[in-house]
Design a protein around this ligand. Structure first.
Ligand code: HEM
Length: 233
C-alpha cells in the first residue's frame, strides 16, 4: 500500500474497524434493503402469482441484496467482514456477485420470456432500455471481476491497481444503473400499489445507493489521486 507523508491511503479514507458511524451506516443499509424487498415482494404477489411476479423480485434481490452485500464485502469498515482476512473477503465478494448475476439473469430471462409469450415488443420503454444496459453492465463487471481476481497474472498488460480500479468503477456504475432501472420500474404503469409504497421504495433505494457507493467511490478517488498524483508510473 502506498503512503503519503507517512499516512497510509486507507487511513485517509477509512476509519478504523469497529467505527460506530460506519456500523450504523451498514445497519441502516441492510435494514433499508430488507424493507425494500418486503415492499417489492408484496407488490409482486398482491394480485396473485404470475411469471411476471418473479421479474421485479429477482432483479431486486440480485441488485439490492446480493450486489450491495458483495460491494460491502470489499469495502473497508464493513462490520460483517472487517475481521476477515482480505482473501476471505475477496472470496465472499465474488461468491455473492455470482449469486447476484444468477438472480439478474433469471429475472431477465423471465421478463423476455413473458414478453414473447404475450407477443409484446422488447426494450421499448425507458425502463426496458436501462434494464438491458444494466444486464449488459452486470456481465461486463463480472468479466472484469475475473480480470481483477487474476490481476497479478495480467500485470504485463495492465498494472494490478488499474485492473482493480477499472473493475471497481464499472461495478459502481452497474449498481447505479440497476437502481435507476428499479426506480423507473416503480414509475411504470404496472405500479398500482399507491403513492405511499412508490415513494417509500424510491426513498429506500436511494439511501441504499448512497450508502453502498459512498465509501467505495471515495476509495477509487483516493487510490487514483494517490497513484496519479504521487506515483507517476
Ligand atoms: C435492476 C433491476 C431491473 C432490471 C435490470 C430490469 C430489466 C428489464 C428489462 C430489460 C425489461 C424489458 C424486457 C423486454 O422488453 O423484453 C423489463 C421490463 C419490465 N420491468 Fe424490469 N428490470 C428491473 C427491475 C424491475 C422492477 C423493480 C420492476 C417493478 C417495480 C420492473 C418492472 C418491469 C415491467 C413492468 C416491465 C415490462 C414493461 C417494460 O418493458 O417496461 N422491473 N425490465
Amino acid at each position: 500500500m502506498s503512503t503519503v507523508e507517512g499516512i497510509s491511503e486507507t487511513s485517509q479514507l477509512v476509519p478504523p474497524a469497529g467505527n460506530p458511524k460506519i456500523e450504523k451506516m451498514n445497519l441502516i443499509n441492510n435494514v433499508c434493503a430488507l424493507l425494500y424487498i418486503g415492499i417489492i415482494s408484496y407488490c409482486c404477489f398482491a394480485n396473485g402469482v404470475s411469471l411476471f411476479s418473479f421479474h421485479p423480485l429477482f432483479m431486486s434481490i440480485g441488485f439490492i441484496i446480493f450486489m450491495t452485500t458483495a460491494i460491502n464485502a470489499v469495502t473497508p469498515g464493513d462490520f460483517a467482514t472487517e475481521w476477515m482476512p482480505i482473501r476471505l473477503r475477496s472470496a465472499r465478494h465474488w461468491v455473492l456477485q455470482l449469486i447476484a448475476i444468477t438472480f439478474t439473469l433469471a429475472g431477465f430471462i423471465i421478463i423476455v420470456a413473458n414478453k414473447i409469450i404475450n407477443d409484446k415488443l422488447h426494450f421499448v420503454s425507458l425502463h426496458g432500455k436501462f434494464g438491458l444496459a444494466s444486464v449488459i453492465f452486470t456481465c461486463i463487471t463480472s468479466v472484469g471481476g475475473i480480470g481483477a481476481l487474476f490481476s497479478l497474472k495480467l500485470k504485463n498488460i495492465l498494472a494490478p491497481t488499474y485492473t482493480k480500479l477499472i473493475h471497481a468503477f464499472i461495478g459502481l456504475t452497474t449498481l447505479c444503473l440497476g437502481i435507476f432501472t428499479i426506480i423507473l420500474g416503480q414509475f411504470s404503469p404496472w405500479w398500482s400499489f399507491g403513492e405511499g409504497s412508490r415513494y417509500s421504495g424510491l426513498f429506500l433505494v436511494l439511501i441504499i445507493m448512497v450508502l453502498t457507493n459512498l465509501r467505495p467511490s471515495l476509495k477509487v478517488y483516493f487510490r487514483l489521486k494517490d497513484r496519479l498524483g504521487y506515483n507517476n508510473n
